[in-house]
Ligand binder design. Structure first.
Ligand SMILES: *Cc1c(COP(=O)(O)O)cnc(C)c1O
Length: 384
């Protein structure tokens, strides 16, 4: 895309002036900072950003500017990225399975917070990670799981110990002289605070079973973004519910709280500008981006229906809603958005479809499959 402007007013401004033929990710730093400030002000503990959801450096920079002081890092790359961009920030290495060399790399980088969900991986940490560093004590948090409740996607199918195993791991961590803490991830896009409640209560039971007082409880990510028209996430209600459940469950033994949102922080700071390549015989819509690009996540966790259609002149199409099948540009038949989505009936070839709330698990999972995936980034003052 041309560079005659560095900051655009909004996605329509980009469309009017650039008429981009390739997908454009429009990023609004002001929207990101506003959400970050909501988390910092409202969450009753430390807010750490799950870097995997969107590791763009402008995202990290704006989160730091808005007061985010910690990061959930899952790989040596993410550890080094945050170490370089913000040496003073907390880095929690919360990928519970690691190769030996990755553990050594993280120790060398000064990591002091680890999660674990198995005996074998805990033994690897015991063998390679000191209990103390020059910068302070080292924390290990067993990660536990429950059957999924209220999430769009079940994280527990890959990670998490049963509560019984988590208690055994927690006792072993404390006996070995590390700081014992607990962590969980309720699943992603949890619109109902109930997703956190049962986890927090079980965290209390795990501490009892282990006979150990957890120093911190990390309540994971899973905070929702605005994906569906009319269902706006109520972050403050979730923060309140978490605080109250922790107070009820732990009383005077209340652990310090940590959360690690990815999607809830970054998703609503982006809109994806795609272009209509074709309306096949006036019915299905073919876009220049799809499930191998910026829309990779939709088949896994469901559609975003916050769509707008603009003409190349940047004018909003306001025709009656009509259901359409939407395909991406590749020759692969799975390159299709789930079900059907409603778009204005007067949508035309060459129009633009703007997908709002697309900042998480999109820029970073974009592929070059089939020769597509040339995605550019632009900064906007506002997404509206
Ligand atoms: C991916 C991940 C997150 C972020 O999840 P969101 O649903 O995007 O908030 C948080 N913690 C861990 C350990 C993760 O793997």
């Amino acid at each position: 895309m041309g560079q005659n402007k560095t900051v655009w007013d909004n996605p329509a401004d980009i469309i009017r002036h650039m008429k981009p033929d390739h997908p454009v990710m429009a990023f609004a730093p002001s929207a990101l900072q506003e959400t970050a400030r909501r988390f910092v002000a409202g969450f009753p503990g430390l807010v750490t950003y799950a870097v995997k959801s969107n590791p763009e450096e402008v995202v990290i920079q704006n989160l730091l500017a808005a007061g985010i002081k910690g990061f959930d890092v899952a790989s040596p790359f993410e550890i080094d990225l945050i170490g370089r961009m913000s040496p003073a920030a907390a880095r929690h290495y919360h990928n519970p399975v690691r190769a030996g060399w990755e553990i050594d790399h993280a120790v060398g980088a000064g990591i002091r917070a680890w999660s674990v969900d198995s005996r074998s991986e805990l033994d690897k940490l015991f063998a390679r990670v000191p209990t103390e560093t020059d910068h302070g004590p080292v924390e290990i948090s067993p990660r536990f799981k429950l059957p999924v409740l209220g999430a769009a996607y079940d994280f527990g199918s890959k990670f998490g110990a049963t509560p019984e195993l988590a208690a055994e791991l927690l006792a072993a961590v404390a006996a070995r002289g590390y700081t014992p803490s607990l962590t969980f991830h309720p699943g992603t896009q949890c619109t109902d605070p109930i997703a956190w409640e049962s986890y927090i209560r079980v965290a209390g039971e795990i501490c009892e079973m282990a006979g150990v007082k957890a120093k911190r409880l990390n309540v994971g990510g899973g905070f929702p973004s605005h994906r569906v028209v009319g269902v706006e996430p109520d972050l403050e209600a979730i923060f309140t519910e978490i605080g109250e459940t922790v107070a009820e469950t732990f009383g005077d033994d209340r652990p310090d709280l940590v959360c690690e949102p990815g999607r809830g922080l970054c998703a609503d700071a982006y809109a994806l500008i795609t272009r209509v390549k074709a309306l096949r015989d006036g019915s299905s819509v073919f876009l220049n981006d799809g499930v191998y690009g910026g829309l990779a996540e939709l088949p896994i966790i469901g559609n975003i229906d916050r769509l707008q259609v603009l003409t190349p002149q940047g004018k909003l199409r306001e025709g009656d809603p009509q259901s359409r099948v939407i395909f991406g540009p590749t020759c692969d038949s799975v390159d299709r958005l789930p079900g059907e989505l409603t778009l204005p009936e007067d949508i035309a070839e060459g129009d633009y479809v703007i997908v709002h709330g697309i900042g998480a698990y999109s820029t970073v999972t974009n592929t070059r499959f089939n020769g597509f995936g040339l995605m550019s980034h632009a900064t906007v003052m506002s997404l509206a």
